[in-house]
Design a protein. Structure first.
Ligand code: ADP
Ligand code: MG
Length: 700
């Protein structure tokens, strides 16, 4: 056995361990609830908890924690030791069924969008058995981690996993129904697979520590562009440096121990930007694993005196980081509904699934946009960078022609059906070849999956996956309704008639051209496609009746929960902006202005010295004046930003405040930044109080 296969999953309570530690009966029941996605059968909880504890303690664990995904992003954990008193009053280590199935963190400090008032602020977390428990390790200490959902006592959603699991259920029911209509009896459970490609930056820890903005906001607020950025295109897929290989190898090792199938590692477009992508897995697990990857990366990097930056736009002027979420749908038989096939019925299923997604994106493009909106991603979507905020789908030439052919069918005959079938069957796996890809599209069909490119690098991909699931579910609902009333002589004929109509009415969301071009922005506007410029604009969809209805119909969120999400998103946005503005003001006043004071003194003193010596001093005097001007501009810029920040606080409500900070606040920061960056380019290097872009972005 190779080392990889030997260590793979050694820190997880995986199927092999379960089989070894549990009775056959219990093992079968547990596997059953894992496959069905149902809550754990209480009758076996005691045995499972005991086995898990024995396994964890044997591996050196002293504590356990329920690990969950609060709406604020990231993950949360509260550790409890296994120790408790025995009946005789001695210390023993135990982990009961109750502790496994359910635990009660004090939830008062998690964002809830006003769902709970603080006095009833209890929430509870419950094990999600479809995601295996695992151990985390720092130094000698190990902790048993139980992946969980997080709910309030009133049953309201407080996390991101619960709505995701609910969306899976809705999609499952809708998709299975369609399979039955198509005569498929084999499919018992719908499987969504996801592979999130994670982009990130790495900088030297020593340099990182000189930057208050990176440390506090995760991104730089100031920084003049380096002479050499990404213009030479020499970083993408370039040779990975020794130092980075050592980090990546350590990282992969840690990931393998946790059973996370890291597959690809490479340099990205910007200097010091990289990507890691795993093999795809069932969506729920892929999402949990992505969250773990982000955590583990940060820790492993520190061991190498490096800092991983997951922000969507840490440096102006070079590419930001995203997380391409690859998404496909299939079932327990291993079928992938987005995979062309030799069977005509499967190909009809392929086209219907395409149609379902078109319908979803056509109707709820704005909601999909909102699922990836936050202050960080605003610097990518709809700003000067990939991908655009208009949600359109790229199919490639071959598939576009095929869809057009379906759309233009006159009468459905055996011959047209055969021709369409041949078309799908021969669908080349062109998209696998990246040369054929349109990188300006937010949603691209890539051979046997959709790649959703608008997710931010720091995001929990669960939010986007939830909406993708719901969009597909919505499309299936419509298609099923229409199929039921179609008058074809068989299901294939009915399906083609339905598809013809669906492709026609969703034409506007298919776009093959350049998504960055101003023509597309104009055309999209004419077509009525939403194009929210930033988070406050994107959030408005959560007020729309159709969106609330979709959430209710799919049982993903109640109206109350949608409203709570609206509030949480805006609150988070406002807080992020406020922290950025305060940090910028602080840096300007306590670091930049003092540096300029020194520079002014130096220049003025030099001018005076020259004058005293009888030499020409006017150039140095001009320098001193220029620095004095910048001093004034920066001082005023910081004051203006502070005023704007205060003014925001007197807005009538959250939405108004978010809009105001996103417009006027952002403008005030940009103005300040322009002066600071100019000062950076003129001030003596040894006086500048923080690492510059060219240092931060120098190869490691
Ligand atoms: P790239 O887009 O960089 O060319 P790959 O083709 O290697 O990348 O795939 C990128 C990601 O897509 C990987 O995480 C991979 O596991 C995932 N992926 C591949 N096939 C599927 C699928 N059928 N469903 C979901 N994800 C998939
Ligand atoms: Mg990709």
């Amino acid at each position: 056995m190779s080392e990889v296969t030997q260590i793979f999953g050694e820190l997880t309570f995986n199927k092999a361990v379960m089989q070894e530690k549990l009775s056959h009966e219990t093992y079968k029941k547990l596997i059953n609830s894992i496959h069905s996605g149902n809550a754990l059968d209480e009758s076996i909880a005691e045995e499972v908890a005991h086995a898990m504890k024995e396994w964890a303690i044997n591996k050196g664990a002293t504590h356990f924690t329920h690990w969950f995904q609060p709406q604020r992003g990231g993950t949360a954990e509260k550790h409890d030791a296994f120790i408790s008193y025995s009946e005789e009053g001695d210390i023993i280590e135990r982990f009961s069924a109750k502790q496994l199935i359910q635990s009660e963190p004090d939830a008062s400090s998690f964002p809830s969008g006003g769902i709970r008032s603080t006095f009833e602020a209890r929430g509870y977390t419950a094990w999600d058995p479809t995601s295996p428990a695992f151990l985390i390790q720092s130094g000698r200490n190990r902790t048993l981690v139980v992946p969980s959902v997080f709910l309030s006592w009133t049953g309201d959603v407080l996390d991101l996993k619960t709505p995701f699991l609910r969306s899976m259920r809705a999609l499952n029911d809708a998709a299975i129904k369609l399979q039955r209509m198509l005569g498929n009896r084999q499919a018992k459970k719908i499987i969504v697979n996801c592979g999130p490609e994670q982009e990130y930056f790495v900088v030297s820890r020593k340099l990182y520590e000189t930057r208050l903005d990176l440390r506090t906001c995760g991104r730089t607020l100031f920084g003049a562009p380096p002479a050499k950025g990404q213009q030479m295109d020499d970083h993408y897929f370039g040779a990975i440096t020794q130092k980075m290989i050592r980090f990546m190898a350590d990282l992969d090792h840690e990931l393998y121990r946790r059973g996370i199938p890291a597959k690809t590692r490479h340099n990205e477009v910007s200097p010091n930007q990289f990507e890691i992508a795993p093999l795809y897995e069932e969506a729920n697990l892929a999402i949990d694993h992505n969250l773990q990857i982000m955590d583990i990366m940060r820790q492993v990097a520190l061991n190498h005196d490096l800092v991983v930056i997951m922000h969507e736009k840490p440096f102006a002027g070079v590419n930001g980081s995203g997380k391409h979420l690859n998404w496909s749908i299939g079932d327990n038989t291993g079928a992938n509904y987005l995979e062309p096939s030799a069977s005509p019925l499967k190909n009809i299923n392929f086209l219907l699934t395409m149609g379902a997604i078109f319908l979803g994106v056509d109707k709820f493009g704005g909601l999909l946009r909102a699922s990836v909106a936050d202050a960080g991603n605003d610097h990518r979507l709809g700003a000067n960078e990939a991908p655009p905020a208009i949600m359109s789908i790229y199919l490639g030439e071959y598939l576009t022609n095929l869809i057009d052919e379906v759309e233009s069918i006159g009468k459905v005959t055996e011959q047209t059906m055969a021709s369409i079938n041949m078309g799908v069957r021969n669908l080349p796996r062109i998209a696998k070849d990246s040369s054929d890809r349109n990188r300006t599209s937010p949603i691209a069909f890539t051979g046997n999956k959709f790649e959703f490119r608008a997710v931010g690098s720091s995001h929990n991909p669960s939010e986007a996956a939830t909406i993708l699931n719901q969009l597909c579910t919505y499309g299936y609902y419509i298609i099923e309704q229409r199929l039921a009333s179609a008058k074809g002589k068989d299901i294939r004929e009915s399906a083609l008639m339905v598809l013809k109509q669906v492709f026609k009415e969703t034409r506007r969301v298919r776009f093959e051209g350049n998504g960055y071009s101003s023509e597309w922005h104009k055309t999209a506007k004419k077509l009525g496609l939403p194009n929210a410029r930033n988070t406050p604009a994107a959030m408005s969809v959560l007020k729309e009746k159709d969106v609330i209805e979709l959430m209710q119909k799919t049982h993903v969120l109640s109206e109350r929960e949608v409203h709570a999400k609206f509030e949480i998103k805006l609150e988070t946005y406002i807080k992020t902006k406020e922290i950025e503005f305060k940090t910028a003001i602080n840096m300007a006043r306590t670091q930049i202005l003092p540096a300029l004071t020194r520079q002014i003194t130096l220049s003025a003193q030099a001018a005076a010295a020259l004058k005293a010596a009888g030499a020409k001093s006017n150039l140095l005097l001009k320098d001193a004046e220029k620095f004095a001007d910048l001093y004034q501009q920066i001082k005023e810029g910081a004051d203006k930003l502070e005023k704007t920040l205060k003014k925001g606080q007197s807005c009538q409500d959250l939405h108004a405040q978010a809009i105001f900070l996103g417009d006027s606040g952002e403008k005030a920061l940009e103005t300040l930044r322009a002066f600071v960056d100019e000062a950076e380019e003129l001030t003596a290097n040894d006086l500048w109080p923080m690492a510059k872009y060219h240092e931060l972005l120098t190869a490691l």
